[in-house]
Structure formats: structure tokens, C-alpha cells
Design a protein around this ligand. Structure first.
Ligand code: 3SL
Length: 241
């Protein structure tokens, strides 16, 4: 297995596709997606465009669908939900499909949707994603951070590092053997330094600070938890996990 980390969708190659690609948006899209599926949501369907989301979801009855829209950290007016995983309780999501569009996370998923296997990862479901990699042994794996509007984000790289760190620990591979690019070595170093204080890391991150200004302290606490959800968001058909 060779692992490559790309910090943003924009830095991700466009001329090839890997066997397995993993989108990460710790704050908060992929944490929310994992939470919805763990809470009994029927599926998660991602859109970069809000109008397209509204048109496609219109074909579903309102009992069977939830529309989640986030821009700049806030809920899009008229949508059922924003992008807080804390709103995705079993009472709200069970048996319903989440139609979701967020600023960066859904774009990262769309960027990798042609890979053979497409997953969504966050700290909350890191172990389930690592388990999949260990079982399937894909030859090439890309982890793509969502970043923020094209720039690097600390929390997505730390989560990519958490996945790589766990693969190294559970296999006989050295970091050198696993790493397809230098980003893997630096992501493991970042995660190793902060693994006992991920909430502290989220408080340092620029998007963490943006969410704190929006009073999302509890979201940061939730998103900083590792391995609490045994769920594997995996693409079933294009754009649907
Ligand atoms: O950018 C995104 O996709 C979102 O996850 C951002 S937010 O955490 O909902 O503000």
C-alpha cells in the first residue's frame, strides 16, 4: 500500500485516479456524514451546488429527506439543517437521506468521486476507515483534505496523519514504505504531537476559531473525539455514500 496525502482538492492530481480515495473534513462535513450514517440515516448525497441539491431532493418526500446546507459555517436559510453533527440524532435522521452541500467538504468528495472506492473519514470514524484499508489492502490510497477555500487546514492534515499513524502501527510497514509523498511524513508528525490534545489543535486551527466565533464550542469537542463511531461512509453510486 502506498499512501498519498493532498492538503486540498486543488492540490489533488487530475490526470489519474487511485484505487481508494478518502475525503477528510473534520470540521465538520465528514464528521457529520459519519454521524448521520451511524445514527441510521438511509444515505448521504453530496452536492456542491445548492440549487441542484434542491432540485434532486425535491423528488423525495419530506419524511424521507433532510436538506443540509452550510455556507461560511452557518446554516443556509430554508434548509432543515446546517452542518452540525450534534443535530444529527437518531430521532432526526433515522431512515432519511441527507442531501448536503457545504463550503469545502462536499467539494473534496466530488473531486475524488471517480476512484474505485471513495470513503469519508474524520477522527470520529478513523478506526473503521483504517480497518477497511487493512482488509482491502488497496495498492494506492489518496487522502484529500478539504481545507478552506483552497488553503491548507490543520485539522484535516492531522486526521490524515491519524489514519497513516494507525496503518503504520498495525502493519509491518515503516513510514518510509507507506509514504507516497512527503505530506504523509509531516501529517504523522503533526498527529503524533497532538494526539493527546486534539481539541487543543482544533482550537488553534483557523476554521476552529471561525466556528468558535459562531458559538460552536460543542461541535469542536465532538469532532475532536477519535474512534467513537464504527461506521464506514463508502460511495455506493456517484455522490451517494
Ligand atoms: O467547509 C465545509 O465543508 C464545512 O464542513 C465547513 S463548516 O464546519 O460547516 O463550517
Amino acid at each position: 500500500m502506498k499512501l498519498f496525502i493532498f492538503h486540498t482538492p486543488e492540490l489533488t492530481p487530475t490526470d489519474k485516479v487511485p484505487e481508494c480515495a478518502i475525503a477528510v473534513d473534520v470540521l465538520r462535513a465528514t464528521t457529520t456524514m459519519a454521524t448521520v450514517l451511524a445514527a441510521g440515516g438511509e444515505a448521504v448525497q453530496v452536492f456542491s451546488d445548492l440549487d441542484q441539491l434542491l432540485a434532486v431532493s425535491e423528488k423525495w418526500s419530506s419524511e424521507k429527506r433532510l436538506r443540509a446546507g452550510e455556507r461560511g459555517g452557518s446554516k443556509v436559510p430554508g434548509f432543515d439543517l446546517g452542518n452540525s453533527p450534534l443535530d444529527c440524532t437518531p430521532e432526526v435522521v433515522q431512515g432519511r437521506r441527507l442531501f448536503i452541500s457545504t463550503t469545502n467538504g462536499t467539494r473534496a468528495l466530488q473531486r475524488i468521486q471517480d476512484a474505485k472506492a471513495v470513503l469519508a473519514a474524520a477522527f470520529v470514524n478513523r478506526a473503521a476507515v483504517v480497518q477497511y484499508l487493512l482488509e482491502k489492502q488497496p495498492e494506492t490510497v489518496w487522502i484529500v483534505g478539504s481545507g478552506w477555500e483552497g488553503s491548507f487546514s490543520l485539522e484535516d492534515t492531522a486526521c490524515a496523519g491519524a489514519i497513516a499513524h494507525s496503518v503504520v502501527q498495525q502493519t509491518k510497514l515503516s513510514q518510509d514504505e507507506l509514504a507516497g509523498n512527503d505530506e504523509v511524513i509531516s501529517a504523522i508528525a503533526l498527529y503524533s504531537q497532538w494526539q493527546d490534545n486534539l481539541l487543543g489543535l482544533l482550537h488553534l486551527a483557523s476554521h476552529g476559531k471561525r466556528l468558535l466565533r459562531l458559538n460552536c464550542d460543542e461541535d469542536l469537542k465532538y469532532c475532536s473525539q477519535t474512534d467513537i463511531l464504527d461506521v464506514l461512509p463508502i460511495q455506493q453510486e456517484q455522490g451517494v455514500l
